[in-house]
Ligand binder design. Sequence first.
Ligand SMILES: *Cc1c(COP(=O)(O)O)cnc(C)c1O
Length: 394
Amino acid sequence: MEKLIYLDNAATTALKPQVLEAMKPYLLENYSNPNSVYTFAQQSKNAIEEARKVIAGALGAKENEIYFTAGGSESDNWALKGCAEKLAEKGKHIITTKIEHHAVLHTCEYLEKQGCEVTYLDVDEDGLISLEALEQAIRPDTVLISIMFANNEIGTVEPIREIGKIAKKHGVLFHTDAVQAFGHMPIDVNEMQIDMLSASAHKFHGPKGVGFFYMRNGAKLNAFIHGGAQERAKRAGTSNVPGIVGMGKAVELALDGMKERADKIAAIRDHMIERVLKEIPYARLNGHRTLRLSNNANFCFRFIEGESLLIMLDQKGICASSGSACTSGSLDPSHVLLAIGLPHEIAHGSLRLTLSEENTLEEADYVVDSLKAIVERLRGMSPLYEDFVKNNQK
Ligand SMILES: *Cc1c(COP(=O)(O)O)cnc(C)c1O
């Protein structure tokens, strides 16, 4: 097999060599527990506080509003369960959307079993929520609005600033799962009136198993992990020093030249989208054409099974994703594609390609050429497609 072409950056990203270099001293030389009193521990303590400063700076937040966690899923759980618990006296109503990551959706389902009421907002055919519908959904007992910054499957970026405004106007806390957005686009928690935010290092070229939770001072959720006094006694457990240091370095690198990088990636992505839509019949782009992550392309190809497509792309050395939760035994199409109104049979033929700055125009062309051949071959074997062509010729 030739060189690997990695187009699954929404699932995870490659660790940057500079990130590994920043982490190394805290894996080998200074393995101290940052909570110990001796001088040897001071260095790792300083290193995690330095990372906290970089991350707070990236968001326009205060340092004591950043809590280190084990990643996006944990931060999402904290926001939802924390609000449900802390604000139980005010009410038990949560507003979210139908297209959230399962870290939010499955937590909401759990909370429903605990007696919470959840409104799952619809999205339009591009994946955008309606601000009117959001405002109408707010009730006196609403304790939280949790709406993702950008969708991990179709890339649509939600109107976060406007959502923040509405939440503030009604005095409801606003959490956003920014796992796909943070490190890829500018975010200011004050300008956008965000009260809580989840992010994860491995989605922006940092290490896996580490992330952070931004919680505005004043939101005051209870501790999420009970134990030691780490993270101002809100999230116990010995700090993942190398992970946190790596995340800090990854944030630094992400901020440096963010706009230029995003533009460069978007240009390659747009080239790919244009070619696919022009050269492959019955292909459809999912997600908003312009309000989308710069690295995301998501297509549906009628008369094709997403799984077969992925296997054949893999044989060409191309790593992609169907964007659907197809695990062995379950062939449910993606909840996101169903939410944007696609019928089951079309949602099954989906393909998500998510780029990084490592991808080149040549790779994009190779991927489109491969895709063309594969789609043609798979359709050639499809009786449905044969019937469709026959009927269209009449
Ligand atoms: C990846 C992802 C998560 C989960 O993050 P982990 O760090 O892997 O737990 C949550 N939300 C979104 C939108 C994601 O893309």
